[in-house]
Design a protein around this ligand. Structure first.
Ligand SMILES: [Zn+2]
Length: 445
């Protein structure tokens, strides 16, 4: 892996000083290096700063929104063991705002949902270290695993946090090294509180940042962290997110055609995965670390910081076939947005299932059932068959859409789907009401 370019060669010292100044006053997150960084580590003349992080005890909540704190969630008291609390707990480096938001979530801390039998196992994945595999056949929409994270820490690292302590002659890379060093010190405060039974699995996770100056904990977080929609700061920018690291879920390998969707549930404080298509016993369970609709070359660039130098999934192995298919799915995205989303109630005036079935095949060929575009096509097929008074196919696609939605939007209450069904029953096509068709009566039934 080539080291990432960090500075422009031959830059004038005036320009360099200007850049440095910008960096010192900037609230922008540092883009961290990866791969092999020459002379990684902090410069010898660097004086470490006083930490601003507060250790938070128990249920204390009266912090400033931006105050960084180290806290255990849920707070189970000293001496908690997995034997006593099998759902576990999470050591967090989060803002005062986020702690308040989590603790005030209705139901927090709820019990973690569990599938009726274990549906996953961790085993060797050839060429990829450990991976997660299906322990049984899994149906679309089914919960595979829910897990409380080991650790949560900010994704972005802001230069401003170390401003003032850093000599002006440092290169951009040296600033980055200092920033990472300070983050590692803060992370040490977090892991210093961890029970051995939580720390040991964390430290045994993969680390592909051994030569870029990341400390051991930061390296593991950078390699294994997931982003979760609800775990973010008030600012709500791409830099407000956190890295969520789990024991078993972080073992999942990447695929550009993932067979599960990740979901975060704040009430049970757990990361959850649901099958987006049928998974056979023994099949590897995979998730995505990159933008799935990007062309293969761009996906490759996004995967490099995770130590994946060449993705071997079928789509990356054959971009000449895959790239045009993914480009077609981007066209479906635009159609979906124009139509008002993946569950709109406009029934087609000129019903035609042919182009929709073509779109469905395209998405399934690329293994992208996780995308909203897939749910949109299932829903359009349901409406189109309803308009054609073909109750058999109409019901089949209604069911498929429900299973898809259970996997992607598990938070929606069952009453919501029932409400949609009630609404649909009031609709009429020719002399047939949707109510009758939904009971299996229609032209093609
Ligand atoms: Zn791939």
């Amino acid at each position: 892996m080539a080291p990432k370019q960090t500075r422009t060669e031959g830059q004038s010292s005036a320009k360099k000083a200007e850049n440095t100044q910008q960096w010192l006053t900037s609230r922008e997150a540092q883009k961290l290096s990866y791969g092999v960084v020459k002379n990684a580590g902090v410069p010898q003349d660097y004086e470490q700063m006083q930490t601003q992080v507060q250790l938070s005890s128990g249920n204390k909540l009266d912090y400033d929104d931006s105050m960084p704190i180290v806290t255990t969630l849920p707070n189970l008291g000293l001496g908690a063991t997995l034997e006593k609390f099998p759902d576990g707990w999470t050591e967090c480096l989060i803002s005062g705002y986020l702690k308040k938001k989590i603790v005030n979530t209705p139901g927090f801390p709820a019990a973690i949902p569990r599938p009726p039998i274990a549906r996953h196992r961790i085993a060797e994945s050839p060429g990829k270290g450990l991976g997660m595999f299906a322990a049984c056949n899994i149906k679309p929409g089914e919960l595979v695993l829910a897990e409380r994270p080991l650790i949560i820490a900010p994704r972005a690292i802001f230069g401003v946090r170390v401003a003032g302590r850093v000599p002006r002659h440092y290169t951009d890379e040296q600033y980055r090294q200092v920033t990472m060093f300070e983050r590692e010190r803060n992370l040490n405060l977090v892991t210093g509180r961890m029970a051995p039974e939580r720390l040991e699995p964390l430290m045994s996770l993969a680390n592909c940042h051994l030569q870029d100056g990341s400390g051991p904990i930061l390296g593991i977080i950078r390699t294994n962290g997931f982003q979760a929609e609800e775990i973010r700061d008030k600012a709500n920018t791409s830099e407000s997110y956190y890295s969520v690291v789990c024991n078993e879920l972080s073992r999942m390998n990447h695929s550009c055609s993932p067979n599960v969707a990740r979901h975060w549930d704040t009430a049970s404080f757990s990361m959850q995965i649901f099958a987006v298509r049928a998974i056979k016993e023994g099949e590897e369970i995979t998730t995505e670390y990159c933008d799935l609709l990007a062309p293969a070359a761009q996906r490759q660039a996004e995967l490099a910081p995770y130590g994946i130098s060449q993705c071997v999934c079928p789509s990356c192995s054959n971009p000449a076939v895959s790239d045009p298919l993914r480009a077609r799915i981007r066209v479906i995205s635009r159609k979906m947005d124009d139509a008002g989303g993946w569950m709109n109630l406009d029934f087609p005036e000129k019903p035609d299932v042919k182009p929709l079935l073509g779109d469905l095949i395209t998405i399934a060929k690329e293994g992208l059932e996780e995308l909203d575009e897939y749910g949109y096509i299932l829903w359009e097929l349901f409406k189109t068959y309803a308009t054609l008074q073909d109750s058999k196919n109409m019901l089949a696609y209604r069911q498929k859409h429900k299973a898809w939605k259970a996997a992607i939007y598990p938070d929606d209450a069952p009453e919501y789907e029932a409400g949609i069904d009630d609404l649909l029953k009031l609709m009429k096509f020719g002399n047939l009401s949707l109510n009758k068709m939904m009971k299996g009566k229609g032209k093609a039934a």
